[in-house]
Design a protein around this ligand. Structure first.
Ligand code: NAD
Ligand code: USQ
Length: 398
């Protein structure tokens, strides 16, 4: 099986490339290294010491005997080169991680908003158009987000996997229709993922492309059985106010004794998944694609849901670090319930890593081990959803 991993140098893409290579697939990574460039722009580094892409790939080859290809290519800007790559390689499958993925970064300022839309929407469209132009019958798996559904929209009813059955009133009585679940994005980044969904619907219908959209929750954890084999293979771990996600941030904060930065009341409920399960889910999705002519298949890629303040409580009890309730820099519901259907992956054999199993390992093996690499001035989230919104003046000193 020949697979292209778009965005394969990133937090989810790198461990996925290694996992698929380890199970014997022929993997080629496509990445323009824009995420590493954003680290330079933000003057922050991954908590873990990630190595250059060429070295990562060489070390993997030495250890496993498996080659991984690498093509430096910008999906948004180099549409023709990408089409040529598809014609040359003729992959059986493509996994698409290659987007700007931070909600706070996407709200940082006008240039970051424009970049996020241009990069993500053009990139995804270029991928779809190139598959059609190269006349490939490929399984395309895209990483979407739980945030396309929004939070609190459907009350206590479980969020379905992508589609909703609705009753449409007509003069002859109600008729039932299945529609894409209404989109309710909470940031410019999340907005791009809702636009991706519409492009998938169109290309699945018009060009009979086989597309799976994975609405993934917040990924936590760092290592997989492959990245842990050698320190030079280590995965990235973002902790800064823009790219660090909530649980990994709390773990890093606990390791350096920084108060845990809960936004608002911490009543936000979110869905989570460990990086080890992300890579297994991708393999499962690639092995179970929709048929040609089917609508895009949607999986909710989540294993647990937690309230932010309960996560903070858990980490605080485990480590003794205090909790700081800060003004929320985002516009989001202060409190929400979240009930998510996730039957598909469970039915296909996913056996999830739960927080209770994996958390302590993360604190000791990653956060504590690399705590000297933390720049405390990068911890507080400074990107606000609207000009004039408050961030925390006290803790900003670091
Ligand atoms: P990441 O930023 O670590 O990785 C994305 C990779 O894509 C980077 O290596 C970047 O250089 C590359 N890239 C971006 N734009 C590109 C372009 N135009 N051309 C070529 N390469 C490009 O992000 P991640 O955390 O690995 O997320 C991967 C995907 O999963 C994203 O689409 C994200 O929306 C989705 N996702 C992530 C999470 C999470 O918690 N990390 C949760 C849900 C969904
Ligand atoms: N939060 C805090 N304190 C912090 C950081 C975050 O309270 O220090 C809160 C936020 O206000 C938010 C929640 O925690 O309510 C989640 O924030 P996050 O930064 O962990 O996650 P989010 O911005 O939603 O984005 C991340 C990934 C994104 C992915 C998304 C999945 O960066 O790529 O799409 O998770 S989901 O949230 O399910 O849509």
């Amino acid at each position: 099986m020949k697979v292209l991993v778009l965005g394969g140098d990133g937090f989810c893409g790198w461990p996925t490339a290694l996992h698929l290579s380890d199970v014997g697939w022929d993997v080629t990574i496509v990445d323009n290294l824009s995420r590493r460039a954003i680290d330079l722009e933000l003057e922050v580094e991954s908590l873990t010491p990630i190595r250059p892409i060429g070295e990562r790939i060489r070390v993997w080859e030495e250890l496993s005997g498996n080659e991984i290809g690498y093509v430096h290519l910008d999906l948004a800007e180099e549409a023709d080169r990408f089409e040529t790559l598809l014609r040359d390689l003729r992959p059986d499958a493509i996994v698409h991680f290659g987007e700007q993925r931070s909600a706070p970064y996407s709200m940082r300022n006008i240039p970051a908003k424009r970049y996020t839309v241009d990069n993500n929407v053009r990139g995804t469209h270029n991928v779809l158009a190139a598959i059609v132009a190269a006349d490939l019958d490929v399984a395309l798996v895209h990483l979407g987000t739980m945030g396309v559904y929004g939070y609190g929209w459907s009350g206590s009813a479980p969020i379905p996997e992508g589609y909703l059955t609705v009753k449409v009133p007509t003069p002859d009585g109600d008729i039932e229709r299945e529609i894409l679940h209404p989109a309710n994005p909470g940031s410019v980044y999340h907005l791009t993922k809702t636009l991706d969904q519409l492009m998938f619907t169109f290309y699945a219908s018009n060009d009979r492309l086989r597309i799976t959209d994975l609405h993934q929750g917040i990924v936590w954890g760092t290592q997989t059985p492959q990245t842990i084999r050698d320190e030079r293979l280590i995965n990235r771990f973002d902790y800064d106010g823009d790219y660090g996600t909530v649980l990994n941030r709390f773990l890093m904060q606990a390791a350096i004794g920084h108060p845990l930065t809960v936004h608002g009341t911490g009543g936000q409920t979110r869905a989570f998944i460990h990086i080890r399960d992300t890579v297994r889910c991708i393999q499962i999705a690639l092995e179970n694609p929709p048929a040609r002519g089917d609508k895009p298949m949607v999986f909710n890629q989540v294993t647990e849901t937690y309230r932010v303040r309960d996560l903070a409580q858990l980490v605080s009890e485990m480590t003794g670090v205090e909790i700081a309730y800060l003004p929320n820099p985002r516009r989001e519901a202060a409190e929400n319930e979240l009930n998510v259907s996730r039957d598909r992956f469970m039915a296909l054999g996913l056996n999830p890593t739960t927080l209770s199993e994996g958390l302590l390992e993360e604190v000791s093996d990653i956060a504590t081990r690399y705590r000297d690499r933390v720049d405390p001035t990068k911890i507080i989230a400074r990107s606000t959803w609207r000009e004039g919104m408050e961030t925390s003046p006290d803790l900003m000193k670091g």
